[in-house]
Each structure stands twice: as structure tokens, then as C-alpha cells.
Design a protein around this ligand. Sequence first.
Ligand code: CP
Length: 357
Amino acid sequence: MGIRHFIDFNDISREQWTALSKLTGEIITSPGDFADCCRGKTLATLFYEPSTRTMLSFQTAMLKMGGNYIGFDNPGNSSVAKGESLRDTVRIVGCYADIIAMRHPREGAAYAASLFSTVPVINAGDGGHLHPTQTLADLTTMMKEKGRLDGLKIGVCGDLKYGRTVHSLLKALSLFKNNTFYLISTFGLAAPRYILEEIENSGNKYVECDSLEKYLGEFDCLYMTRIQKERFASEEEYERQKGVFVLDAAKMKKARKDLIVLHPLPKVDEISEEVDLDPRAFYFTQAKYGMYARMALIKTMLETPFDPPAPVYPSDSGIRCPNPRCITNSEKKLPPLFTESQDGVKICRYCDFRAKW
Ligand code: CP
């Protein structure tokens, strides 16, 4: 029951998550027992967007298991700058590495890469869409600090529109029972409709609101997020949205003693520095758990039998997703993959965009 590609947390089964979580716990307890389990294996970190935690924790994870890593952190220094397609890049990297962790600014890029890769692909963040290994860090922290993923009251605050960590987390926690999500944002940065539908369909509950303080005293967990400046069309629009929600020591006085404050990081101005010293601030611990969770993921995926896809000879269908940020609008020769719901709404397999067209 291995994991072939890891593009979306919700692609794995409950049993797979349980096994991954158990292995993460074993690695946290005895990391030395895993010092050689990836000896002779190479991870490629292909980062088309900036990163500190995700890239370095993937690389450290591989080193801690006796493996190696290669990769780039700036596509401008790779042949991407000469116009090489995503398809060719992953095919080539598969000649050198046993597994790929890829971050890309385009939504659906990791799924597109997985269609052609001869080695397993991990989504390390695809635009404003998903960030499933951050979810592993988040769920590991919740399990360690709250002991459960069911029956939680979780405040999620900030950029719920472009925050890929939020999308992955809400979808993942919707697989569990009796959770209530307090979605705190401005109107302009509210969570996408398809995420709300996932929560509704799961039987969990959500409340949308524009106040951080209103329900703060009820939360088991508060998940703060940065306003994603790099996703805005203009500087003016970003300026209008930033600094609206700030967690500070005064607000923390209204929170429960057993609250845990999480943040995928980097943080900018949404959490005052004094909160870093509050014992309820778990975001640095969360980043460390993320490394252990990535160790468990890499080990599991490298142990999973992997049959490379049969080579395909691409042609351009000319069909594009209406979402301008979707990978189908920059990587031209991708198969058009849409499903259609009963009410005629088409859903893009790459980026989850939903519309009638
Ligand atoms: N949480 C996260 O993705 O951080 P980085 O952008 O630094 O990788």
C-alpha cells in the first residue's frame, strides 16, 4: 500500500495516512534508525519558486536517510531559461534522480509533471493551488500536540484565496469528522468555492467571518497565514489586503490556554514577534515536524513499486483551462483533462478550476 506520486493529500487513503503518520512518529522518536534507509538514492528538488523550509527540509530529509540530492532553486539558472518544457525537464531529471520534489508557480504543474515522469513526483507547492507536504507538517503537529484530527475547532486566518497550504489543509481535515473551520478573511481573500464544497460534502462545518477575535476563545488551533503578495495582479491590491489580521499578545490573552498557533511560514506582519515567545506558538516546531514527515514520505515512496508511464507523443489539443494560472496555459502539449458534473460544470483535473464553459 505504497504511494506512487504525492500531488494532493486527498489522493492517499486513510490507511496510507495512518501508515505515514506512524512512520513519522517512529522517525521523530529514533531518527538514527533511519540513517541508511535511502543510501544510494537521489532526490531532485526542482524549485521554480523561492523556498526556505520546503526545499531545505526535503534536502535535509534525504541527507538524514543517507541519500543525496540534486536540483535547482532558480529556473533561470537551468535550461528552463532556454525554453525547455516541463515535460522534457522531468523526463531528463528522471535519468539522474530516483524521486522528484517540485515547486512551480503554475496551478496543476505537479500533476502535469507526474503524467510524464519516469520517477515519483512530490508536489512541493503548485501556485495558489495545493501544498500537500505542508499538510503533512500541519497534521503531524496537530496529532502530536492535540492528539487527534477529529472534533477540532480550527481558526484559519489570512489569505484563504491564494494560500495553497490552506486549501490542502481544509481538504485534508475534511476527511476527518466533526471539525468546525472558522474561515477568517476579507471578502476578497475568501476560500474558493470548491474548497467550501469539499467541507460541505464531508459533513464537517465552516463559518466564514471577518474578525480574528470573534471566535478566538473557542479555538483548539489557530492557523495563521501570510497574504500571498506574489499572487496579486497589482501592488495596490496587495496593499489593500495586507495587515488586516494581526495576532498579538493582547489577542492571545483571549485565547484558550491549550490553543496551538500554527503558521506554514514565512510570516511577515500577521503575527507580532512577542507571540513567538508564547508557549502556544508551535510554528517553529511545525517546521521541524515537516522535515520528519518528508523523511517518512520519501522513504515510503521509494519503497513503492513504480512502473514508468508509456512514452506519449504529444500534440496540442488547443484546449485550455479558463483559469489563467493553470499549467495548461503555459505548457502547451498537455492532454485536456476535464470532468463534467451533472449541472454542466467542468472541473479541470490539473488545477481544480470549476466553471461552465
Ligand atoms: N511553508 C513553506 O512552504 O515555506 P517555504 O516557502 O519557505 O518553503
